[in-house]
Design a binder for this molecule. Structure first.
Ligand SMILES: *Cc1c(COP(=O)(O)O)cnc(C)c1O
Length: 574
């Protein structure tokens, strides 16, 4: 592998990247993972470049009325104020029109000062047709045709822009299938003027050599598919012919996951279990696993940052040192957590007017509001929950999460939580924090006493919010799906809900939550606070030290980017 000192070696493409709370270019877990990946890559001084879309409307601002009815408004933000315009432009063909693409640059700065440039693509240009100017405005907005146009801008516009900038040479990493059309550019460059029918296996091999694909969705419906008729109209006959020559087209449709699978040399799921599920979905392609992580410095609360700095100062540059949290006195863990809890309670008071009790056992549940995540499961039997709170000890629950504007099931969940909250008034305090985003997330994952996660199995590819909680000594109570299958040691790092079998009866999950709370977790919290703190400490030592993006990026380097060499990270970096 010939690594140039001036050019980046890995171009990381993602439909959403959470760069900063002030830059609303993400909707949830996928974007946060992308941002955390680039933050760790910057810490490791790796030669990466990021590509995404500008999303002028942001995702959206969530408003909730007293009944929990969600409404949305665009996020007001000024790219001009936080991003640097880039001189180079590129263009793509959409419905036969030339669409000009420009970019805005954001620099992700690592712990030692290394910078990773991220280019956010923008079609809001006077020379573009009115219809095309809004293509990069709305993340997951619009219809299927709008999405296809966006994916052309992201994949082909992004690859062309990198070429125009002349900053990149090497690999392309597709973070989810949205950017799979970048391979069309690679195929065209490979052909170098030859006709599509002249494409042969060695050309395909050359494209594959440069492409890495991470799949994130264990639900078939979660993979982008477009009717071939639409693709012909939008992308043009010539491009479809090339995709056909590369055998990337299925009967009557273009499936972005299939394009990526066919043209990537390395394909991975985001947890061991997710690899297994994905391998079942795509039996013809070998699927590896690299389990997700989170950026430790971003997700560790100020209180724990100070504690780690004092006890294990190396943790910032080498997250493995978090393993030595086992030696931190329990009283110090408790004190740091108490401070994080106070910070969260103050934020909630300011945002909702509700003053939570710092002494009461507090459960957190915050993530995208969508039916499979079952946010209201803990209210399956409100009477039972109220009884536990009155007989064992007080319970408070903090919720947060946006529903996609078209997700009526997700919106129903938020309404049902508000209704349950009203019916439990006086016995269990429940708050729903509006407009969940990174800053709010950071305070909630650190401030609660228990992180609850109960999706339908096997639909959680990985999940990352429980990893953020673990870094702050907050144990999880979670179904055995995604990352928790790997991170769970019963009574040591947290607790499980239900068994491993995804075919098992998941209707009993609520009963199991009540049972664990009543018999195990609450008695420990209220009766043996230092034993509870021992679980908190083990969550940091066992899970914080592993489920971070530093370890994850190192695995991408070793297993995905440069498996053929014995190149060390230092040689890869500049
Ligand atoms: C971490 C994070 C998520 C992902 O949460 P999961 O529980 O892993 O689904 C979503 N949204 C925001 C704002 C986050 O910070």
């Amino acid at each position: 592998m010939n690594v140039s000192a001036s050019k980046t070696t890995v171009a990381y493409f993602s439909m959403e990247i959470a760069l900063d709370s002030a830059i609303p270019t993400y909707s949830g877990g996928l974007g946060v993972l992308a941002g955390d990946t680039l933050r760790s890559a910057a810490d490791l001084a790796l030669p990466l470049v990021g590509i995404s879309l500008l999303h002028r409307n942001g995702y959206f601002v969530q408003h909730l009325d007293a009944g929990g009815n969600q409404s949305e408004s665009p996020v007001q933000w000024n790219p001009e104020q936080v991003l640097e315009p880039v001189d180079a432009t590129a263009s793509v063909q959409i419905e036969g029109r030339t669409v000009h693409v420009r970019a805005w640059k954001y620099s992700v700065r690592g712990v030692t000062g290394h910078e990773i440039p991220v280019y956010l693509l923008d079609t809001q240009l006077p020379e573009n047709d009115e219809r095309d100017r809004r293509l990069t405005d709305s993340l997951y907005g619009g219809d299927s045709r709008y999405r296809l146009c966006q994916e052309i801008v992201l994949g082909m516009g992004g690859a062309s822009l990198l070429r125009a900038l002349d900053v990149h040479e090497g690999l392309y990493h597709l973070n989810e299938g949205h950017s799979a059309l970048l391979t069309l550019c690679l195929l065209e460059w490979q052909l170098d003027g030859r006709q599509a029918f002249e494409l042969d296996e060695s050309d395909i091999e050359e494209v594959r050599r440069r492409t890495v694909f991470t799949t994130h969705t264990p639900v078939p419906a979660g993979h982008d598919r477009f009717p071939l008729e639409m693709v012909r109209q939008v992308l043009g006959e010539q491009h479809v012919t090339l995709l056909e020559a590369a055998r990337c087209v299925d009967a009557g449709e273009l499936n972005m996951t299939h394009v990526a699978l066919r043209l990537a040399r390395f394909v991975n799921g985001v947890a061991m279990k997710h690899r297994e599920v994905s391998q079942g979905m795509f039996p013809n392609f070998p699927v590896d696993a690299i389990t997700n992580g989170v950026h430790a410095m971003t997700w560790t609360s100020p209180a724990f940052q100070r504690l780690f700095d004092r006890r294990i100062p190396e943790w910032r540059t080498d997250n493995l040192y978090l393993r030595y949290a086992v030696g931190i006195p329990l009283a110090e863990i408790r004190a740091a957590h108490a401070e994080a809890k106070k910070t969260m309670i103050a934020m909630i008071a300011e945002r909702t007017g509700v003053m939570l009790d710092p002494k009461a056992f507090t459960i957190g549940f915050a993530r995208r509001a969508t039916p499979y995540k079952r946010a209201d499961l803990v209210f399956a039997d409100p009477t039972r929950l109220a009884e536990i709170a009155s007989s064992v000890g007080p319970i408070q629950i903090v919720f947060g999460g946006k529903a996609h504007p078209n997700d009526s099931g997700g919106k129903d969940l938020i309404r049902r939580i508000h209704a349950a909250s009203a019916s439990l008034a006086g016995s269990v305090s429940v708050v729903y924090v509006e407009n969940y985003e990174m800053d709010v997330a950071a305070r909630i994952v650190a401030g609660v006493d228990l992180w609850l996660n109960n999706p339908m199995k096997p639909l959680e590819a990985s999940g990352t919010s429980g990893m953020k909680a673990a870094l702050n000594g907050v144990p999880s109570l979670s179904v055995l799906d995604g990352w928790w299958i790997e991170g769970h040691v019963e009574g040591v790092t947290g607790w499980s809900i239900g068994g491993l079998d995804p075919e098992g009866d998941q209707s009993k999950d609520a009963m199991e939550i009540y049972l664990k709370l009543e018999r195990v977790i609450l008695p420990l919290y209220y009766g043996l606070p230092f034993a509870y703190a021992e679980v908190m400490r083990s969550a940091i030592a066992l899970n914080g030290s592993f489920f971070n993006t530093q370890r994850m990026v190192e695995q991408y380097v070793r297993n995905a980017y440069f498996p053929e060499t014995t190149l060390t990270l230092a040689e890869v970096g500049d």
